[in-house]
Design a protein around this ligand. Structure first.
Ligand SMILES: [Zn+2]
Length: 665
């Protein structure tokens, strides 16, 4: 396989040595990490395993990962770069052609321009046209000032079939451009009865107040339209276009970004009006999510600005679910340490029929996710207008995640009745059990004890019982004991012996096992992309030992996160030809095993992921121990302390993963 040939020809120490000044220390090499700022080296390259790892910023991988990260290359390009160096020929049918690139840029520029022209037209309509009277009245009724109308560029789409279209066609745009820009629909695609026969397209937005949506750089990429009167749907957003990717854009982020940095906080609300009003009254660190859920892509962007994420979603029942979902997305995306977060069902902790083992190890480091508490039944914009000080206080005193669970999970229970008390304990103890920090955990036990006036000690005992009970119930996880009834965990021994993947030594065998787990996981994901969310909270690309499986995982994940709505490029198109053999191998790995139902797939995928994470952590543990010993021998006290500290961190993560493993079923 071409990747193996390249890796055999290129030495990772040599390659990294071109960029980082490496100093030999024992069997490894160390240097200053090129990916984060540091004064003492925590970047290590291991010649034996041909891997590198920075114990400061936790980046690591093989020579491919290094080249990709250091040069900012896609895998495909890193492959071409390294292949050329190694003198290996790689076939690449799909290398991008510069002419095509230029063409796409030109199309995008044109789409930006048509959106910009549409914005001006919508805006003028709202300001001046007689038919916008109702829209202006609505704006006023929601308390939006004329300053805000101007700054946010609000507009109005008349309730007619072809007003914007005929204007833009008159400006020289083609019908195709209007459709591609998300401003018009093709008349043949339905919904067009009753319109005048003036052209082949009709307006996408009709009878709506228009909120222009901009990218981070302030360029208009799409629109959100709120129905005036009882038009349906109430909110209509631009369709997916070359510019507008619904699940990655945050409304008002362009205007909020400076304030977010300044306040070191971002407040996420649900509605456009909420965001506009929040800005109008001075809380400019506010953005709105477009669509119903916060996705990892949203968080990716915010991460660059702040690690303080405050969710201010609707306080009603539906909103509470959205909030929980938002929390999980938020947690998932702020990485490095792992924190187990249950996949809580909307009502109660877990639905009866939900497959067990649905606890994801969320990644959360310096992120602080909290939830804004607002009076029930009031939207943020109403609260702001009624009593700004209430809002301002809520924004500066949001509820930490666990405290939020304390409130959300106890709503509607009578805490004075014995039944209510035990129900509260039943719902909250599992949450408390998942806090890895002991001091914090004790504090929450105390809080719960006070809440239901029960002796703290008995709660501690109950907590132990809860944890033990789950442990007993879930014994057999990760292949120690056979599972009742159905096939259960893929035992490493049950894999067919691998071919062509290295020698059969002790080390090689464990590496082979690991690679087989990776194949199996990739195979499962290929078979059922819906498994992705169960897995991506547990592992990230870096946990893969195989270069090929790592890249496939990366592609699968990005395709899944982009969603089916944006069918720009399918998985098949994204896979470099060099990886097709791996795809086949992974599929075969799944096919050679007994078929699984949905819950079984989830279980296997979670188990694979957990095992991969654990193996990776154990590998880091071994490397670290070795480095500690080395520093000890060299009498390097500073390094020793640093490494010990990192060792503790790895241990903490291992404990977290183990305790979550016990919570899984
Ligand atoms: Zn680093």
């Amino acid at each position: 396989m071409v990747i193996d040939i390249i890796k055999a020809k290129i030495d990772v120490v040599e390659e990294i040595g071109l960029v980082v000044t490496l100093q030999k220390s024992g069997k490894s090499f160390k240097g200053l990490c090129p990916f984060h700022n540091e004064r003492t080296p925590s970047f290590h390259v291991f010649a034996e395993s041909q891997t590198w790892h920075c114990f400061g910023c936790n980046e690591g991988g093989d020579v491919f990962t290094f080249v990709q990260k250091q040069q900012g290359l896609e895998f495909r390009d890193a492959l071409l770069y390294l292949a050329e160096k190694a003198g290996v020929l790689v076939e690449d049918h799909s290398s991008r052609n510069p002419e095509e690139e230029r063409e796409i840029t030109a199309v995008k520029d044109r789409l930006r321009k048509v959106n910009e022209d549409a914005l001006l037209w919508f805006h003028q309509m709202l300001l001046r046209s007689r038919e916008a009277a109702e829209a202006r009245a609505y704006v006023q009724s929601r308390g939006i000032s004329s300053d805000s109308v101007i700054t946010f560029g609000l507009g109005y789409a008349p309730d007619r079939w072809d007003s914007l279209c005929s204007y833009l066609l008159g400006q020289g745009y083609t019908e195709r451009e209007l459709i591609n820009g998300g401003l018009a629909r093709d008349r043949t695609s339905g919904e067009s009865e009753g319109q005048e026969k003036s052209s082949g397209v009709y307006d996408y937005f009709r009878g709506r107040l228009i909120f222009p949506i901009r990218d981070m750089r302030g360029r208009v990429i799409g629109f959100g339209g709120r129905a005036l009167g009882d038009g349906q749907p109430k909110y209509l957003n631009s369709p997916q276009t070359l510019l507008f990717e619904k699940n990655s854009v945050l409304y008002a982020l362009d205007m909020a970004k400076d304030a977010i940095k300044l306040a070191n906080q971002v407040v996420i609300v649900e509605g456009y009006v909420d965001a506009v009003i929040a800005h109008q009254y001075g809380t400019k660190q506010t953005v709105a999510c477009i669509g119903s859920a916060i996705t990892a892509k949203h968080i990716q962007q915010l991460k660059k600005l702040t690690k303080q994420v405050t969710l201010a979603l609707d306080p009603d029942a539906a909103g509470a679910t959205a909030t929980e979902h938002g929390i999980q997305e938020a947690l998932k995306s702020f990485d490095h340490t792992i924190v187990p977060v249950p996949l809580a069902a909307a009502s109660g902790w877990r639905k009866r029929n939900e497959p067990r083992g649905m606890i994801r190890l969320e990644e959360q480091v310096d992120a602080e996710i909290n939830v804004l508490q607002l009076p029930a039944g009031e939207d943020p914009d109403e609260v702001i207008r009624r009593d700004f000080s209430l809002w301002a206080y809520a924004v500066s005193h949001p509820l930490p995640l666990v405290d939020y669970y304390f409130v959300a999970k106890t709503a509607g229970l009578n805490l004075r009745e014995p039944n209510g008390k035990s129900e509260v304990a039943r719902r909250l103890l599992p949450v408390i059990g998942m806090i890895s920090d002991r001091v914090k955990r004790d504090a929450y036990i105390r809080k719960l004890a006070t809440m239901i006036t029960i002796d703290e000690r008995s709660l501690h005992e109950e907590l132990q019982r809860v944890l033990r009970g789950q442990r007993a119930e879930e014994a057999g996880f990760l292949g120690s004991a056979p599972r009742r009834g159905h096939g259960g965990v893929p035992q490493s021994s049950s894999f067919p012996s691998s071919e062509g993947r290295g020698k059969e030594g002790g080390l090689d065998r464990s590496r082979n096992n690991r690679l087989q787990w990776e194949d199996y996981l990739i195979g499962l994901l290929l078979q059922n992309p819906g498994l992705s969310p169960y897995v991506c909270g547990i592992i990230n690309d870096g946990d893969f030992a195989g270069t090929d499986t790592r890249e496939l995982y990366h592609i699968l994940n990005s395709v899944y996160q982009r969603g089916s709505s944006s069918s720009n490029q399918s998985f098949e198109q994204l896979v470099p030809p060099a990886l097709l053999a791996t795809v086949a191998r992974a599929q075969q790995c799944v096919e050679s095993r007994p078929p699984r139902d949905g819950a079984g797939q989830v279980r296997d995928a979670v188990q694979c992921a957990t095992r991969l994470k654990r193996t990776h952590l154990l590998q880091l543990n071994t490397e670290l121990k070795y480095l500690v010993r080395e520093a000890e021998e060299a009498g390097d006290v500073v390094s020793m302390q640093q490494l010990q500290h990192q060792l503790l961190e790895i241990h903490r993560q291992l404990r977290t993963i183990d305790s979550a493993t016990h919570l899984q079923g």
